[in-house]
Every structure is written in C-alpha cells, then in structure tokens.
Design a protein around this ligand. Sequence first.
Ligand code: 2P0
Length: 324
Amino acid sequence: MIKKIARAHTNIALIKYWGKADAKQRLPLMSSLSMTLDAFYTDTYLEAATENTFYLNGIKQANRASERVFALLALLNERYGKSTHYQVRSYNTVPTAAGLASSSSAFAALVGAFDHYYQLELSPRTLSRLARMGSGSATRSIFGGFAIWQKGHDDASSYAYPLDEQPELDLHLLAIELNTAPKAISSTAGMALAQSSPLFAGWLTRNELELTEMTQAIASKDFTQLGQLAELNANEMHAMNLTAQPGFTYFEPATITLMQLVRQWRIEGIEVYYTLDAGPNIKLLCQLKNVKIITERLASVFDNVKIINTSFGPGLSYRNVSCR
Ligand code: 2P0
C-alpha cells in the first residue's frame, strides 16, 4: 500500500522569537527570521482511528507527550468542521526537545498531514498560521531557505513567508550535540520568564533594526554581517534568560567552552559564529571552506562529539512511501 507522508524540515532562527503577546494564539512580540535546514526533518502521516494516538519513531507516546499534538488536531477539526479521531505517526530525525527545534518541523508536518488527509489544499500562508497554533517556530518550517515570521497583531496577520527559498549563499550550519537530553525549561516557560528581564524592552526595540540588517546581509550575501548579527541576537536572547527574575540559563559548561573557542578561532582567522536556542547545543555558522578545520578542532576538544553539517533545506513537501 502506498501512503503519502508530509515532510517538514526544522529551522534555526537567526533573528529569534523569544516572547509572546498572546500565549493561547501564540502571537509573538517580535518578528523572526530563520534558515530551514536540510539535515533535520519530521515525516508525518495520519489516518482516522477510534481514539487519538500518537507514535513517535514507532513508539506510542504517553498522553502527556501527545497533548500538544492532540490539541492542534482538535483545533484543526474545529476549524474545518471535522469530528474524527486520528492515529498520528511521526518519524523525527531531530533529537526531540534538545534545543534543536524539533517542534518546528513536527507541527509544520502535522498541519501538512491534516491538509493532505482531507485534500484541503490550503495555501502556504494558511498552513503557516495553523502551524503557529502548535508551536511558534513551526510557522517558518512551511518554507525552505530563509523565512520571516512577521509578528502581526492577530491570528490572521501572524504568519511566515519566504524571503528566499533557494538562497545562493555559501552558508553551513554545524549542529553540535553536546547534550540531547530533554531540556529542563521548555521554550514556552523560558520565554515567559524572559519577559521579567530588565533587558526585555530593549530586545523588542531592537527587533525591527536587526531584522532589517539581517535581510540586507542575506540580500548582499554578506556572510560576515550575517554571522555577527546572528551571534549578537542569540547572545541578547540568552542575556535575558540570565537576567530574568528568577534568572536561568540553558548553558552547560561545554556550551561556554565552545563560545570561547569560537572567539579564539576567529582571532586565528577561522571565520565562524555561533547561535543557540532553548538548549545547550551550539550551532556554528561557517562557510564551506572552513567546515573541515572546524570539525577537526571540535573532535580534538570534545570526545565522541556528534557534529552534523547542514545547509539549506526545502519547505513542506509530500512523498509516497510503501507500507505493508
Ligand atoms: C525561535 N525558539 O525563534 C526561538 C529561539 C527557541 C529559541 O521558537 O512556545 O517551540 O511552542 O511557540 O516555537 C522554540 O520555541 O515555542 C523557539 P512555542 P517554540 O526558533
């Protein structure tokens, strides 16, 4: 039997979403800009069932882990006048909940699977809005290359759009798995706490400027400007976590070691920048010519470190798979 699965790739924000205006509708307080990655994706298939069940990588998930999946399905049912229960099967190449944004690909693939199941042929913009209700970063995974999630002011105006789906830019992201254990502070909780930081007002004020500068860096294929800005933006986000009341951090000792190494390598002439999300795993931004030397240096510092070299990935797509 042939089944059609929805595939969405994860994305990494270079200008980050970190703060909500409306938690229920996942409306952000700022716009964000991301790079969709080729190496990490989620495949999802759904079909009608007598009760809701969710399998991740072949393992049936407990109700708690499935809550957000079922909540989004309930919302989709309501919007499109359905009352079905579903069996959802997802296969993830992203380490779940380790700051590699597995929820971005997961919820983009889920809305894609729902769209396909009912042959709704929803527009990418509508899919992006629906994905937002599962997870904010999922708005951007509907698209490949570079995408911008415009913050908007309500459900209808808060969605992502493609900036450049097939960038001709020499840009590699090295994902380094320092710790793939699920994180202690979820993104949702972390960004709520960050709003108590005295730096939060400045974070919001700077958003438009940073978005404009990043868009210019991409248009002019200026890797240096892109890397500097991405690193600055990530540092700003993590500075808010440290200065929240109460303060917290996603950094592990190895995260800080790596940040210092990156600065050292730059002094030595290896152009590399870092970004990191809601977890300890650093991502390095570099050009192809430096992938080898950076990989070698990482291997000499960290035992058994897993490094995944990734570049631009595509938007939501569908593919046929044969099943027994
Ligand atoms: C981002 N992150 O822009 C930011 C930067 C992590 C750090 O969006 O609460 O799972 O479900 O909307 O999308 C990860 O958080 O959060 C995230 P919710 P999400 O990619």
